[in-house]
Structure formats: C-alpha cells, structure tokens
Design a protein around this ligand. Structure first.
Ligand SMILES: [Zn+2]
Length: 189
C-alpha cells in the first residue's frame, strides 16, 4: 500500500506532532542531543513519488504550496490536450459570480465546468490515505472538501451547468476526450 507521506513543502500534512517528537525523544535518548532529532532528515526531505506512480504529484504537491488547486501537472496536461483540439476556455474562473468556487477549465457559452481534483485534497477513494499524524484532523478536513465539492456540483447543476469532475490520477487523454465530446455536444444544443 502506498501512503501519502507528509511533505515539508507547502501545505500540511504537518511534519511532526509534538506528541511524536516527545515519544521519539524519549526513545532515542540523549544520542539525539548532539545529532539533532533523528526524524528531522526524513521529515524535511521533499517527498518524491516513484516514476510513473499515480502520485507523480510530488510536483503537484509542491505547486499546491502557492495555490493548491491551480496549475497542477494533470490539469496542465488536460488543458494542453483540450487546447490542441481547438477548444478555448477560461482557467480558474468562477462559473457563478456569487459562488466563490472556481473551475479549472470553464466553457462559459457551453456552460461546462471542469474540475481536476487532487487525490489527496479531494479524497480519492483509491489514493487518499490520512497522514499518520493527526489522522482525525485530516479525515475531517478532506471530508469537508468533499462536501464542498458536492455542494458546488449541486449549485452549478441548479443553474444549468454541466460539471465534469476528474481525478488527478486519471489519464489526461481520456479526460480530454470526454471534455471535447461534452463541450461539442452542448454547443450543438
Ligand atoms: Zn486517485
């Protein structure tokens, strides 16, 4: 089983809880006082996913530091493919002015909103694993995000929008195909 390891870069997961520092300190004894905390090296390393892994999102996670929902690698790949098909769209735009949520790709005339959801932040059933540190906090946090996603979908549907939601782990080619087909079909209506 793969596990999302906390990364010191960007957003939480937090590296080490006070509790685990204490425990480790006790276990490791005075040896640590000269060498520094034994866990420091691990927890401050940038996390790198194995090549080809679903979580080639070490890069995503890094970019999430500044803006966790924008310009991730899967999203860029999707944008590039859709653009190559001749479709034009807004990036990170609000479908509804009164709703603060932004779609990753927005086709306003066709009223299609596309979201590329990160496997960690949006609770992918295949890949979300709560960090070992404060798992309860993270389950609640991610659960809140998922609820917000559902709410977003419902509100957009209520206003006549069609929502396409993809996981970051999905094949960008497949996603692009769906986007192009959906937008083209909506344009003909
Ligand atoms: Zn996933």
């Amino acid at each position: 089983m793969k596990e999302l390891k906390p990364s010191s870069h960007g957003q939480p997961p937090p590296q080490v809880s006070l509790r685990s520092v204490d425990t480790e300190g006790l276990r490791a004894g005075p040896r640590n006082s000269s060498a520094g905390p034994a866990h420091a090296a691990d927890s401050t390393e940038t996390w790198e996913a194995p090549e080809g892994s679903w979580a080639s999102s070490a890069a995503n996670r890094r970019s999430m530091r500044g803006n966790r929902s924008r310009d991730t690698k899967p999203e860029l790949a999707l944008r590039r493919l859709v653009h190559a098909q001749g479709l034009r769209y807004r990036v990170a735009a609000k479908p509804l002015p009164k709703m603060r949520r932004t779609a990753d790709l927005l086709f306003r005339p066709a009223k299609v909103a596309v979201f590329v959801d990160g496997c960690f932040w949006h609770g992918c059933p295949e890949h979300f694993v709560p960090p070992k540190t404060n798992p309860g906090y993270w389950e609640q946090k991610i659960g809140g995000n998922m609820q917000r996603d559902h709410d977003t979908d419902a509100r957009l549907a209520g206003e006549g929008w069609l929502v396409l939601r993809f996981w970051a782990h999905q094949d960008p080619e497949e996603c692009a195909k769906t986007v192009v087909q959906t937008v083209s079909a909506r344009r003909k209506l």
